[in-house]
Design a protein around this ligand. Sequence first.
Ligand code: CUA
Length: 175
Amino acid sequence: MNAEHTTEASEIRGGGDPLAIMYVLAAVAMGIGALIVVVLMFVPSDWSQRRSAEDVWVPGQTEWEPLSVSAGLDEPVGVTEVSPGHYVVVMEAYNWAFRPNEIRVPVGSQVTFRARSAQDYHGLALVGTPVLLSLQQNTITEASHTFEEAGEHLFVCSEYCGAGHVSMTGRVIVQ
Ligand code: CUA
């Protein structure tokens, strides 16, 4: 009885309709193609520049022009040591990234995140810390945290903001 069952099962598996298999393969291939097109649509044209080595932000670095043009929001993005061991990170969110998106500070630093949105509505959540900010246009919000240990903290956009939401990430590297 058991042997018969085994035979039947293998006959069913071996007897798949070749046309049906081709349809499934074609559908999978089309799905992958569509996914690639969608991903390419949302990759900014200057993506490679943004991810270059320049995109590592260290204290004292504030070169980039801010995107915000509103009065009072023209403080350049970057990382500045305002007093010994206290750093201010001026940060801007836009569709769909943060500037700066990789920040390096020494162990023991107190870091004040002073953040705003240049486009639409975003959030800033620094994993493993209480830092959680809502970022709106024409508004600056702040939160501070002291990093007692070396390591990396991921930060992400905490408000759903559209197709590129999941790509809004960055890191604070405490070294
Ligand atoms: Cu920006 Cu979600």
